[in-house]
Design a protein around this ligand. Structure first.
Ligand code: DX5
Ligand code: ZN
Length: 216
C-alpha cells in the first residue's frame, strides 16, 4: 500500500525565515517540504533556485521535494544535486528528452519526479512512469499559489493509480479540506498544499486531516 505524505509548499510561507518555516512544518507533521522553483519563462512567476536550497539544507533533515517549473530543466540538475535536493521533479512539457533527464537525476543521487500540467493528457507520460519515483499531477495551472483546485484533473490520477498501485502520485494546487477526499479517492497519496496549511489557524490539524483522508 502507498503511504500518505503531506508536503507543505513553502511558497506560502515567509521566505525571510525559511529555515524556521520548514522546521515548523516538520514539527506539525509534514513528511516532505515542497519547494516551488519558477523561472519566469515556463511559468509567469519567479521564485527561488538552487542557492536557496543550498542555504536551507544545513538547517533541516527534511525531504526537500523540489518542483521545477522551468524551461530546460536539464540545465539545473547538477546545481540542485549539489545543493542537497532530495527530489527533482521536472515538467514533461519542458523537456525534449525526459528519459535522459530521469537518468541524469538518478545518477546524481536524487529521486526523479515527472509533472504534468492540467491540459497535458496522462497518456503522454504512461511510458515514462516506470522510470520515475513519483508523478505530479498539477491541479492548477502552475505559477501561483492560492488558485482553485481543478477537479477535472482527477481522472488522470485514477488512471495512474489503476495502472500503478504502488506509485507515489502527488497532487499540487488548491488542495484543501473541501477537496482532499476527491483527491484521495482518485488515488493521490502525496499532497502538496500551500494556502490551506499556512493560512489555517491550526496548520497541524489540516496536515493531520489530509493524512487521515488518504489513509481511510
Ligand atoms: C503552483 C505551485 C504549488 C503552490 C500550491 O504552481 O506548484 O505548489 O504553491 O499552493 P496552493 O496550495 O496555495 O495552491
Ligand atoms: Zn508545486
Amino acid at each position: 500500500m502507498v503511504v500518505p505524505k503531506i508536503a507543505p509548499s513553502l511558497l506560502s510561507g515567509d521566505f525571510a525565515i525559511l529555515a524556521s518555516e520548514c522546521q515548523r512544518m516538520v514539527d506539525l507533521g509534514a513528511d516532505y517540504i515542497h519547494m516551488d522553483v519558477m523561472d519566469g519563462h515556463f511559468v509567469p512567476n519567479l521564485t527561488i533556485g538552487a542557492p536557496v536550497i543550498k542555504s536551507l539544507r544545513p538547517h533541516t533533515k527534511a525531504f526537500l521535494d523540489c518542483h521545477l517549473m522551468v524551461s530546460h530543466p536539464e540545465q539545473w540538475v547538477e546545481d540542485f544535486a549539489k545543493a542537497g535536493a532530495d527530489m527533482f521533479t521536472f515538467h514533461y512539457e519542458a523537456t525534449d528528452d525526459s528519459l535522459a533527464l530521469i537518468k541524469k537525476i538518478h545518477e546524481l543521487g536524487m529521486k526523479a519526479g515527472i509533472a504534468i500540467k492540467p491540459k497535458t493528457p496522462v497518456d503522454a507520460i504512461m511510458p515514462l512512469v516506470s522510470h520515475v519515483d513519483m508523478v505530479l499531477v498539477m491541479t492548477v495551472e502552475p505559477g501561483f499559489g492560492g488558485q482553485k483546485f481543478m477537479a477535472d484533473c482527477m481522472p488522470k490520477v485514477t488512471t495512474l493509480r489503476k495502472a500503478f498501485p504502488e506509485l507515489d502520485i502527488e497532487v499540487d494546487g488548491g488542495l484543501d479540506l473541501t477537496n482532499i477526499d476527491q483527491a484521495a479517492e482518485a488515488g493521490a497519496n502525496v499532497i502538496v498544499a500551500g494556502t490551506s496549511i499556512f493560512k489555517a489557524p491550526s496548520p497541524g490539524e489540516v496536515i493531520a486531516a489530509f493524512k487521515k483522508s488518504i489513509q481511510t
